[in-house]
Design a binder for this molecule. Structure first.
Ligand SMILES: [Mn+2]
Length: 351
């Protein structure tokens, strides 16, 4: 991948933006750091960007988001870490999509900066940092790129930029910042705005973790809440119907990806699926991981139940999942060979 040409591509599209472009981004550490990085770069180029975090139960590529964008009418749109779906998101508006997930569309003529298909696959935060360099010097924003790299890929990810950031800012401070920034979106409330606020003010990972800003305390409280939920979840035994090992959770916290990940190496021969029935009323959210090396997006596609929509089977070949309405979930687990004990009761409201 040619970094200079990524920067040029970005700045060419941004040149068509008006004063108040909108940055749409994901609520995890990679998305938040990308959004802040892009917003700062746009601000330095004389614009006044707004950030809209796409959170729990939302999707950028949904009818609801389309309606919201038509209402807001931003004069330019950057969409970060939210997948690459069928577009356009907002007809007639210059749009850049920055992402690294398996594409499910072509964003309807948007400018696309994707890491998908390159080896190793960069995070959205690193792509965003390369984009930012197209607008001017961005060296002081490297730590934000590192936040996303560690959040998605861990602190051993094979990127020179990460090695550089670890030296400059300290590996421990970066790791601790990521752990705190990811906590609010995982807690029962699912509101990542304290993390976003803190990232907007901070000048490095130490300012995120030090407590000099009041948001850090709420991040710590969120992390405690998630830890308690995880401790309880760890006692739940998986149910195995080869090739799937299913762990059924019932928590308002977004712990299903962490639980699936924690069983991944212990259930080596299986596709590990952690399903959470308590996360959002009317829905079952689930995370899929596996040490088998199978393409999990393809696996889900092959087992898609009738009624699965855009919330199902997105992500990466090695880390995916989705959300299904209760009756659709029941069809899905039945199709995988599980009995009634893995189904959820369906109320009329859930259809
Ligand atoms: Mn990401």
């Amino acid at each position: 991948m040619d970094i200079a040409s990524i920067g040029q591509t970005f700045s060419r599209t941004v040149a068509g933006f008006g004063r108040n472009p909108l940055v749409l981004t994901h609520n995890d550490a990679d998305g938040l750091s990308s959004g802040v990085l892009l917003a700062r770069a746009l601000a330095r180029s004389g614009r006044e960007p707004e950030i809209r975090v796409v959170g729990r139960g939302e999707s950028a590529w949904s009818e609801a988001m389309g309606a919201e964008l038509r209402e807001r009418r931003p004069p330019g749109l950057v969409v970060a870490d939210l997948g690459l779906g069928p577009g356009p998101l907002l007809d007639g508006t210059p749009t850049v999509v920055i992402d690294h997930h398996v594409p499910t569309g072509d964003a309807g003529g948007a400018t696309i900066v994707t890491g998908f298909g390159t080896e190793p696959v960069p995070t959205t935060s690193l792509l965003s940092w390369w984009c930012a360099q197209g607008l001017g010097p961005a060296d002081d924003l490297l730590w934000l790129a590192a936040i996303g790299l560690i959040g998605d890929l861990g602190d051993k990810a094979p990127f020179a930029e990460l090695a550089d950031a670890r030296k400059r800012y300290g590996a421990t401070a970066l790791r601790e910042a990521v752990s705190l920034l990811n906590a609010p979106r995982r807690a029962g409330l699912g509101d990542a705005s304290p993390s976003l606020k803190l990232l907007m003010k901070a000048d490095g990972p130490r300012a995120v973790i030090s407590g000099e800003h009041p948001e850090t305390a709420s991040l710590q409280a969120a992390r405690e809440e998630v830890k308690r939920a995880l401790d309880a979840a760890r006692r739940i035994a998986p149910r195995v119907k080869p090739p799937v090992a299913l762990i059924r959770l019932d928590s308002p916290c977004q712990i299903h990806p962490l639980v699936a990940q924690s069983w991944r190496s212990r259930l080596k021969g299986n596709i590990v699926m952690a399903a959470n029935t308590g996360y959002r009323p009317g829905w079952v959210h689930f995370a899929v991981r596996s040490a088998t090396g199978q393409d999990l997006v393809a696996f889900l596609r092959a087992h898609a139940p009738e009624g699965a929509d855009g919330h199902y089977g997105n992500g990466h070949a090695e880390a995916t999942g989705g959300a299904l309405r209760d009756p659709v979930w029941n069809r899905f687990v039945t199709g995988l060979g599980f009995g009634p004990d893995m189904q959820v009761p369906v109320t009329d409201a859930a259809g």
